[in-house]
Design a protein around this ligand. Sequence first.
Ligand SMILES: CSCC[C@H](NC=O)C(=O)O
Ligand SMILES: [Zn+2]
Ligand SMILES: [Zn+2]
Length: 423
Amino acid sequence: SSSSSSSAITDLEQAQLHLFQQYLRINTSHPSPDYTSAVSFLSAQALSIPLISQTLFFSPSKPLLLLSWPGSDPSLPSILLNSHIDSVPVEPSKWSHPPYAAHRDSHGRIFARGSQDDKCLAIQYLEALRALKASGFSPLRSIHVSLVPDEEIGGADGLAKFVESDEFKKLNVGFVLDEGQASPTDEFRVFYADRLPWSLVVKAVGSPGHGSRMYDGAALENLMECVETIARFRDNQFDLVKAGILAASEVISINPIFMKAGIPSPTGFVMNVQPSEGEVGYDVRVPPTVNIEFLRKRLDEEWAPVIRNLTYELFLKGPKLSDNGGRPLSTATDESNPWWSVFTKAIIASGGKLSKPEILASTTDARFIRQFGIPALGFSPMANTPILLHEHNEHLKDTVFLRGIKVYEHVITALSSFPGNSS
Ligand SMILES: CSCC[C@H](NC=O)C(=O)O
Ligand SMILES: [Zn+2]
Ligand SMILES: [Zn+2]
């Protein structure tokens, strides 16, 4: 090809890019992800390596593909590489290239929903394993790959059910890699925890009244006051980020998602009645070290006091998590976690650099692993890449994708060869 980025691309790499494009062309976006096509495509690839392949159903229409390469010492805890199959929806008219065409432009950028989040991982895992098999590598520990449904809608029918299953327990998983996020710099990012996803809905009630009347305690007056108080808290949190004191993922985010009020009429709203109720909903993300009672207290006392006829519901989205013995859902990134050093050394051996480990601002399936105290890191090898997950024109550069395969060859070799620190 004539493009500059592809001049150094080998036949093997062309084939790897083609696999990535084929996977991206399967529309696995909600609300109706084509899991069947995705799983048949991925399992055919796995069998060509070959890996042992099992399709598990924890919900009738949501297959989970489990691939395995047994280690020479199956008594050792295994390695699990996880990637979700599903994607978030698109607004196709806002894309410069169709979101399921996986068009590769003259700069080598591959445009598709899922290119960063996180379909790159499945193909990178598979191609790294294929290369290791071809080289004659023999893992000491068993290596498993889970390709799971449902992540983008909370994971209840995907990894959350899998980790509760006998199939999972039999794997004796000792360490997990899951998705991370792109890095605009030349350092890869790595995540040791996620913020937890809470949902807040505040409801207001009050006496209705004529639109012309001034009186205290109308539902929307109280609701607006609540909204303003919450907005001030949000500003304070955001100021800590803007001042560089905390990372965005280290504060509580509380962003308005919907507002519902007004009395509908054929032409819009009844404009001369102050309504008797209204509600507002927020997406709340909370760092793993924050006790949610802190928010409940603020809601009770300041944001949504009963005395102003406000009530609220604050709940953790998605499946309930076990409390991990009261410890926060995070993975150690120091000497107490031997996997941390194996992982970081492998990144360096691959020629990569890692930035300081972070909390992820959003939420991934890794929380279902960490709830059992199993160490899990979020990592997507995408350096020098704009962060485009869930955005229009999500794309990934060919060279970045291909380098990721090499990175995983190092990482998988190191993790699966790790003898353990006892004896
Ligand atoms: C209720 S869990 C939702 C998980 C989802 N994950 C990716 O975006 C998120 O909103 O972060
Ligand atoms: Zn994702
Ligand atoms: Zn996502």
